[in-house]
Structure formats: C-alpha cells, structure tokens
Design a protein around this ligand. Structure first.
Ligand code: 1GP
Length: 251
C-alpha cells in the first residue's frame, strides 16, 4: 500500500494522525534512532525526516539507521534537493504556494523529480504554506517571501483551495520549527469548511492540548519536532498521540 493511502486510512480510523519530525541537524544519528524507536512504541503514525538546511551530510545513513529499528513509514520532509534518499518510504513533494518565489514553487521540483523517479520513491504532492507565527522562521527567511498573516484565514483558505484545484494531495500549514505561535485554530477551522484535501499542521505545537484543539478544528495530521527533541519522554509522546487520535480515544 502507498504511504499516502496508509495516512488516509489512519485519518479515517483514528480521526487524525500524529507525525514526528526528526531534523538531522538537531540531533546525531544515535539520538534520532532512539527517538524513532520511542515513537514506534508510543502510537506515533509516521516519521518525517528533514530540515531547513542540512549541515549533517549523512542523510542516507540517518534514514537507514531509523529504518533498521523502526517499522513506521519514514517520509522525507525536504528543505531542499539534497534531502532525497532511496531508503525512505516517501517524500513530501513540496511546493511553497504561499510564496511567489518561482524557484521554490517549481524550480527545485524540476531538479528533484527525475531523481525521485530513479529512486522509485513515492512523491506526495503537497501545497506548503508559511503562516505568520510571531517571528521570521528559517524556512521563511530562506524562501524570501512573506508568510500568510495569522489574522487572514480567508487568504489561507484561498491558497489551500488553489492547491486542491491544482490536484495537490494535501496542504501543509507551517508556522515554522520552534515558532512562537502555532497555526491559529480559527484558520484551520476556516480551511476545514472549504477544503477537502487533508491538512497537515506543524510548528510551535508544544502540548497535547494544543494538538487536540487543532485536530478538533479540522487538522488531519499534527507534526511536532522540537518538543520531543528537547524531551523524548515516552509518556509525552503517548499523550500527544492520544490527543490526536480523537476517534480512537472517544470510542
Ligand atoms: C513541523 O517545523 C515543524 O512543521 C516542527 O515544528 O519543531 O516547532 O514542533 P516544531
């Protein structure tokens, strides 16, 4: 089964899915493998691997190391074309639709597409949207474009709808890693009324309660990174998963 279909099934069965981001620049191989193992044991649905830059050059090794101990789907969340690996199960094929930087809308994708094909990697077409979150994030800075203002849910909705009509499989609303403020609940609720494709929400989500609020507003998948990098506590991982899996846990 394709990874994207697995994700859809998770959303269907559990109400929403919980994805954990492992950023190779923020921890070494051993620590990443340890977090991956804990995720598998504590109801996480899939792992994202990637980061804004990539100082660490052992991208393949990191993914191989994770795959050796963990059966969860490993999905690349690339900050650029150097972050492609045949050892992953899929890649979010991102286009930064909130920006007007042609290179990140289609340029990098043209470079990456044949490489992805040659690796037989599943590409999940994703409309990637930066949402204002209290300060300039690394991804916004590198993209060189303004994020969508927090208090303009209609603007976010129009972008997400455009992604849907362009045939993208999902949208990813990104407040940025370590963001001061996560994507606003009202914005997610607005998109939920208009957009049918799944919504991935990430950046600045620090508590299971914050995750749950966003799922209740209509998020299909919640991503956390920093919170577990700082404290990979098994109980915390499980609390996030249970907050996100509302359907399973309200049955
Ligand atoms: C995923 O970049 C985020 O979209 C991760 O954000 O590190 O703030 O959880 P945090």
């Amino acid at each position: 089964m394709h990874v994207f279909d697995k994700l859809l099934r998770i959303k269907e069965q559990k109400g929403a899915g919980y994805l954990v981001l492992i950023d190779p620049d923020k921890q070494g191989l051993e620590r990443a493998v340890e977090i991956a193992q804990k995720c598998q044991e504590n109801e996480v649905d899939a792992l994202l691997v990637g980061g804004s830059l990539l100082f660490a050059y052992l991208f393949d090794e990191l993914i191989k190391g994770i795959k050796a101990v963990c059966e969860l789907p490993v999905i690349i969340f690339p900050g650029g074309t150097r972050q492609i690996s045949p050892y992953a199960d899929a890649i979010l094929f991102l286009s930064v639709i909130s920006g007007r930087n042609a290179n990140q809308l289609i340029g990098e994708q043209v470079v990456a597409a044949p490489i992805i094909k040659s690796m037989n990697l599943e590409a999940i077409s994703t409309g990637y949207m930066f949402i204002e979150s209290g300060s300039v994030t690394s991804a916004q800075f590198l993209n060189g474009s303004l994020p969508i203002p927090r208090e303009k849910p209609d603007m976010a909705m129009a972008h997400a709808l455009a992604a849907e009509y362009l045939g993208m499989k999902c949208v990813y609303l990104e407040a940025g890693s370590g963001a001061k403020y996560a994507v606003p609940v009202e914005m997610i609720a607005t998109l939920n009324r208009y957009v049918e494709i799944p919504m991935i929400i990430g950046g600045g989500i620090r508590s299971p309660e914050a995750a749950r609020e966003r799922v209740e507003a209509g998020a299909s998948f919640i991503v956390t990174g920093n919170v577990l990098e700082k404290n990979p506590d098994t109980q915390l991982i499980r609390s996030f998963a249970q907050a996100v899996h509302w359907r399973q846990n309200s049955a």
